[in-house]
Unconditional design. Structure first.
Lengths: 345, 345, 345, 345
């Protein structure tokens, strides 16, 4: 199957390239870039020297329709809402890694993204591609809104508890910590090495655009709409993302029972690993892989559950999850091209 | 005034050396080390070459009493509880940077530190040295239990809200993030560069020994005992510590009013800086100084307050705060030797 | 083909595991560890959770001979010289990643490694496994001494010039820069995060044990014995190694001709990439892969050639090169299991 | 004495602020910035919150002449050559941290800086401010060209050997390694955290503008003009710079005699520290201070001397050295405001 990537020159774009080169059923055919078209990808990214000789091309839906079957959009917010519908209409399978089609309510997009939303009719047709939860809906879909990096770690960390009704949704607090690739590859003073190195910084408190996405999907899981607190921090690391999640317990499980609940919930999910009691994951232990590792702590003193959920934001939080979704759509082995052992250390 | 340092060869010890060399009224007289006595401090720490020619000496209370007026204990947990009482009895002014005398209840120490507590009578006499809160009790004291690094950032971040009764204590959740110096200078696989670099890791969930210290002091502020949730994370940085603190609001203040509350609470505290609205501190912005910087976010949707509080764990969280306490005890300018601008970047 | 790893619990050991899991013709059968036998590898390295369920076993040559065909020794200096001969005698194919069998002259080993050398007769039988240079000798060999990390980058950076006689060997200076994994996974104060972070340090000047290895192989290439200057520096990074190599030019080539010389020398070497003029590699551009990237600079003012050669020390400098050697021995595709795109960023 | 800083919003500018706040005889009066004038410095650099309330002002030589006695130029290449002469003509004491007035030959500036040089007559009047070498010329000077960061470490590392005639100048090779602050605070993809982190990169090989500066000063020391090889590498650290220097020995000194030569050469230089035999400095051991630490290695096999010279590039390589020069000009204690112990770790 031939594939195209729109936004191939960003961090998610080159990770898609790296992973797809390793995929048994996919051939990379067309790399699209707005800002760097005409250049060779290996001139922008020397690590691809000798690996890939493609030239970046301008966006052209006709050309894509002629040459590929599936298009990945690894574009900044606000781009795919314009370009992707045309590809859909030409029958292309579309997987959008941006946030443009994740929120079902256009008003929410406008409020949190501070720009005009995609057409409401299109929002309806996008399947939210959190494979571990929406596996059935993804099978055979044409159009996937790939989850954001923070929502992926948050929702996987909360799903077993929420679906079981074992926590009070209104008490959920998510403290997110992300590496720098999360904010893309654009020149900015705030992301310079000397500014980020050896420091941790809180950002967008109360205003992060992933908040409504998490709330929407928690509501879908629980049938109950609830506002959550979601905070984000920039960590001096390239890849990796952790969500430390706090919630008040409503069922009197022991820590052992909590672990069993999580373990059995993810029994058939090849990419979620539950850590044994008293063991919590470091981001480094999943970086380079499509795994989401989860550790739990249950505190009788405060009746609170603490969940630690980690992913590689560029893989499970973006490119890897997109490929996982494609595998499910096509009925291939869910792990095709994704049997990656974390690169440690 | 002549000073001695017990545990001079650890990270807090060498930071005390660095700061005291810059203090107008103190002269470093005696450096004590158990494991490295007989060596020159500059042979262990080449950055002190030509700065300080002292030899490390074994602990000897008589010798200390003869040569110095004040002793700083920068020792691991479990050491000062044995050594310090003897110094007190000889009339020495003692400032303990370890956790041995912070908890007033011996049972709590035993439970969280997993070792025998100091003598109960001694615990009574130690003043908890959080200068911004206990200024009066510190003036003229003989014996200070210097606060832990996490409790310093947590309590300074919570004090104005707690003393005002503006938050519900039972909802307090503290998500702590610390650099590696926090765990001292001992060889361990877990703290090797290759293990810590480019990663974030949760540790001691539900079991960190700073938990009862924070609860004890919150109870002292509020008159109300309440269990809190306190989590800690290891961040790939040498110095710096952040506490992101969550609590449910009980008073209907606007964000502006919250900022005013904090600003006026710390009006006379030279080392606490409240950030303007929409601005939250990075640890790098205080590293190298004795500052605690605090930023707030108030969320009407969830009725929660989020406080971001950062310090240099080795300075405000250890050596700097110890000197601040000494300044207050002696009636010197609180900032003597501590007028340090953060080293940025 | 079934494989065993002796020293499976070090950084090179776990990297062998990661790469062999991805190898089409190899099955991991036996993991041997002296210090941690009896434990499960995934309990020591949680990133292997669910990936590999093997228990670490004690060394037993009979057991190895019964169960595997090839043994990789990823052991510290001084171990394989004792254990490996027994495996050889039982007909096992042996690839030694340590330095025990690289130097042909026992006296040199003693002088630079400060311990007794392997038996001289055994040293004779080991083939120095620098695939790009010794391809022929490796084919069908039973026993490989896998090159050191610094020698790999140095020799690949020098080979085309040396074999062409285009530089004066007596002027060769190699300035090496390595990440921390180069010194293995043992607890030491010098490798603690807080000591290595945000700093660069020179070490073992004039005394690094890779010096005689480089000199021996340069002599083999050139037919001329010459002492070189080799310096090493510790860089705050986990993986990656750079050698910046200086030498006086003896032939009047243009920069273009130098590049052609290198390009054509490595035409049939799938893992060496020559960078275009004015472009020098960063270690990050090869990390995660088996590539060695080389950039050149020729200075008419000083008549000196500068070569920048980078590798991932754990892959091309250890585990990857070992597998490459096995591929060559067995006549498999040299790239089997090693078609790895660098993990960027 | 009142001081002004032109280019106060760059990394050298804010370091000058930090150091001058600590200077006994200087008062900061005027902060000048082209790009950010009108803003408060603490709004750009929150670490200065509450420390300094100055507003950045546009450049105005008359205003400077009215309000200050000394002006520091911490501006990018090409700025001071235009602005500084006017200040000189008004009788201001001028210290230029940029490269505009360091090279005595305008053609060399044009060749290496790729822009028009300063007026030749002005170049004559600038004193090259390497205090340890040009102390006499600096005393009472009006106009200082403050040395570049690499030349500072290189020249201090070479001076004793060169002045003694103990090395062959034509064999000098300098392998430089610098932290990221060396390239200033401008948004660029190449300096983004994710690009620099966990990697080392060679840059500007054969073309670094500090090359002619080093050659000029070596010629001044030796009376002999010689081309050197100078290479630069970007290291993942904020501050710190190391030069590893190689040269062929022409005198048969023992290592002990080499150390004595260096030790006695710098006997009266309070900021140069020579390390004992077998001990080479890490950059972290000088960061935060005005020290230059030097370690030596002498190799009988190759008859080469290796010198390791480290500084904090923002202090001894820029702001600290500028203040040291001012201290000398004014006849103050050379260490006034510069008695800084390195911030370790």
């Amino acid at each position: 199957m031939k594939a195209g990537i729109v936004g191939a020159n960003g961090y998610s774009g080159v990770e898609l390239i790296r992973l797809l080169l390793n995929h048994p059923y996919i051939e990379l055919e067309m790399l699209v870039s707005h800002s760097t078209n005409g250049q060779k990808i290996q001139d922008i990214y020397p690590h691809l020297t000798g690996v890939l000789n493609h030239e970046l091309e301008p966006f052209d839906a006709n050309e894509l329709a002629k040459r590929v079957e599936v298009v990945f959009f690894a574009t900044p917010a606000g781009v795919s809402k314009t370009l992707l519908p045309e590809c859909l209409d030409k029958g292309l399978l579309c997987i959008d890694l941006s946030g443009d089609f994740r929120l079902k309510t256009p008003e929410e997009y406008e409020k949190w993204y501070h720009q005009a939303p995609a057409e409401a009719a299109r929002l309806e047709t996008a399947v939210y591609g959190l494979a571990e939860i929406n596996h059935k809906q993804i099978e055979g879909a044409q159009f996937i809104a790939n989850p954001g990096c923070y929502p992926t770690a948050s929702l996987l960390g909360l799903a077993p508890a929420v679906k079981d009704g074992a926590i009070d949704l209104s008490t959920v607090i998510i403290d997110g910590k992300s590496g720098v690739t999360g904010s893309g590859r654009k020149a900015s003073i705030g992301n310079l090495y000397a500014e980020v190195n050896d420091s941790v910084k809180a950002y967008k408190l109360g205003a992060h655009q992933h908040t409504p996405e998490i709330e929407q999907e928690l509501a879908a899981m629980s049938g109950e709409k609830s506002a959550i607190t979601f905070s984000t921090h920039l960590i001096p690391m390239s890849r990796g993302l952790m969500c430390t999640i706090y919630a008040t317990i409503t069922k009197g499980y022991s820590e052992r029972e909590w672990l069993d609940l999580y373990q059995s919930f993810y029994e058939k999910s090849p990419f979620v690993r539950i850590r044994p009691q008293g063991n919590w994951p470091a981001t480094k232990e999943v970086v380079g892989s499509n795994f989401c590792d989860i550790g739990l702590s249950v505190d009788g003193r405060t009746r609170r559950l603490t969940v630690v959920s980690v992913i590689d934001n560029v893989i499970k939080g973006a490119a890897g999850q997109a490929i996982q979704n494609l595998n499910i759509i096509k009925g291939w082995d869910e792990k095709a091209g994704l049997s990656l052992t974390p690169v440690y250390p």
